[in-house]
Ligand binder design. Structure first.
Ligand SMILES: *Cc1c(COP(=O)(O)O)cnc(C)c1O
Length: 229
């Protein structure tokens, strides 16, 4: 595998995109999306200096985490059923994909039972695609207010997954809109709500996302190579 090489290349591209946008490259964190990749691939990436990983499936994550021996940090980025939240509580440091109050309630309940708070992002489905998770932009502010009232959560920002485009420029308006929405919410000054993080951009479009303000880019195939599913 060429993970170390790929990583170097991605970090170079992250830095270049940040500098183009007049941003500090260290304000952007790479989330290595390791879904379908082996624990060995995660260990190898960690030995090359990557310690933050994103996973989409609870069962896959719990099995893989048990086999990873490097000191890594996990973010959950996939669609999440409330009945699986319990399995994440001692495992992940952030959930990017909170899109409904019932899910937020369960996260708060489970983290609270351990005397902790969970850092979360609210996922916004800007294009309103029915095949994807995420709250609509219209419902976002109401959801933020409801979720902000829960005791064991810290809202850190927003996440989005735009429709797929061949041209990375196609996703740019969605990234820009997520940033605008974060600005609107920040302007409301809701207690306990921070809009510090924008999780947006994947292998095909992370540079455009960084130019539009991403602080967390979720990159899988550009780092690990292709996936079979
Ligand atoms: C798979 C996945 C990614 C990474 O996609 P790549 O195109 O492989 O970089 C990012 N975010 C989410 C939510 C994903 O499911």
């Amino acid at each position: 595998m060429k993970i170390a090489e790929n990583m170097k290349c991605i970090h170079g591209r992250i830095s270049a995109a940040a500098l183009r946008a007049g941003r500090d490259p260290s304000s952007i964190r790479l989330v290595a999306v390791s879904k379908t990749q082996s624990a060995d691939a995660v260990n190898e990436a960690a030995r090359s200096g990557q310690f933050l990983f994103g996973e989409n499936y609870v069962q896959e994550l719990t099995a893989k985490a048990a086999e990873v021996d490097e000191p890594v940090e996990w973010h959950f980025i996939g669609s999440l059923q409330s009945n699986k939240v319990k399995q994440l509580v001692d495992l992940v440091t952030m959930v990017h994909s909170v899109d409904r109050l019932s899910l937020a309630r369960e996260i708060s309940r489970q983290w609270g039972s351990r005397g902790k708070s969970c850092r979360i992002l609210l996922e916004v489905n800007i294009a309103g695609e029915t095949t994807k998770g995420g709250t609509t932009a219209d419902a976002l502010l109401t959801l933020v207010r409801e979720v902000a009232s829960l005791p064991h959560l810290r809202i850190k920002g927003l996440m989005t997954m735009p429709p797929l485009f061949d041209d990375p420029e196609g996703a740019r308006p969605y990234f820009r809109e997520l940033r605008r929405l974060a600005g609107v919410i920040a302007g409301e000054g809701i207690p306990g709500v921070e809009m510090a993080e924008l999780s947006m951009g994947m292998s095909g479009d992370f540079e455009a996302a960084i130019e539009e303000g991403a602080t967390l880019v979720r990159v899988g195939t550009a780092l690990f190579g292709g996936r079979s599913r």
